[in-house]
Design a protein around this ligand. Structure first.
Ligand SMILES: [Fe+2]
Length: 315
């Protein structure tokens, strides 16, 4: 049950899936079966050919979000002006509903490590990243969203929690938040914090999109592989999120062991059902479910215990 009548300033997109080359023929072969699609920006910037043609055809029928992995907003090195110019051109061409990237850094000295690396969360980093977000938004002429990463270590000298850092960054830079509920779960497990504390800190006016995905349990930690269905615990956190924030546009990410398009759509349709179910519950009822007043509790307690052990071994 949505607690407030808050009117979001962001587009109401509904339920979508990531646009992947494996599904191009399915997506173009009939009427759109998703409300919207998310395309990885780097697959389309500074290039042409079939991928861009497909993206433009998809965009004619449905809203598209551009989701980047190369902005490196947290890097200490200068913003890549060439990349930003290419991204601005793609934004102009596609007119996406949302432009997003990650709260991370990805390399040094012009060399990419092809990974989304974590930042220390402290005041100097907050000021640094907020300044860079504002400059990116000036170049693009629009607000962007930043996504919470999956994390496997924490910096000892961090002075701010990730959730408070992200909320403060959104306010200071006047940007939005792409809240990946699976990443919250994975990071909570790996670092030993309470995922509900994270979700409670998310400011409703700033959360413009939600990601859901599946992870791989590596035994000693959870690995954000995007290779599996959404975990049942993550569905519970998703319902809690929707009950708190309202109908935020939601997207299923599935990037490895990619299933048939129909299976991907089934996962998206479940997101619709879970969101509708959240409309019939209060956030407090869902919290009770998660915190162990029902059968869900022991699993979460075990999850947090494992996470606490993992955090004690963190950097
Ligand atoms: Fe994500």
């Amino acid at each position: 049950m949505v607690a407030s009548a808050f009117k979001s300033p962001w587009p109401r997109l509904g339920f979508g899936v990531g646009l992947r080359a494996e599904h191009y023929d399915d997506v173009l072969g009939g009427p759109p079966r998703a409300d919207w699609f998310e395309a990885i920006s780097e697959n389309y910037v500074g290039t042409g050919g079939r991928p861009l043609d497909v993206l433009e055809r998809v965009r004619r029928d449905r809203p598209v979000a551009l989701h980047g992995v190369a902005l490196s907003i947290g890097s200490a090195h200068p913003l890549d002006r060439g990349y930003l110019a290419d991204l601005a051109a793609l934004v102009e061409r596609i007119q996406p509903a949302l432009v997003t990237d990650h709260l991370c850094w990805t390399g040094v000295d012009g060399r990419s490590l092809y990974d989304l690396l974590p930042l220390p969360y402290d005041e100097p980093t907050l000021a640094h990243v907020a300044d860079r977000v504002r400059r990116v938004q000036d170049v693009l002429g629009r607000r962007i969203l930043l996504e919470n990463p999956s994390t496997y270590l924490a910096f000892r000298h961090s002075t701010i929690s990730e959730w408070d850092f992200l909320a403060a960054l959104a306010e200071r830079a006047d940007c939005g938040i792409l809240l990946d509920v699976n990443n919250v779960y994975v990071s909570a497990h790996n670092l030993g914090f309470d995922p509900l504390a994270y979700l409670d800190a998310m400011p409703a006016p700033r959360v413009a999109q939600i990601h859901l995905a599946g992870f791989t349990d590596m035994g000693t930690y959870l690995f954000d592989t995007h290779s599996a269905p959404v975990h049942e615990d993550v569905w519970r956190l998703y319902r809690y999120t929707i009950a708190r924030l309202g109908p935020v546009p939601t997207l299923i990410e599935w990037d490895a062991d990619i299933p048939a398009f129909g299976r991907l759509l089934e996962e998206m349709e479940r997101a619709g059902r879970e969101a509708a179910r959240a409309e019939t519950q209060t956030a407090e009822e869902i919290r009770d479910d998660i915190e162990g007043r029902t059968a869900a509790g022991p699993a979460r307690a075990a999850t947090l215990a494992r996470g606490a052990r993992a955090a004690s071994e963190a950097v």
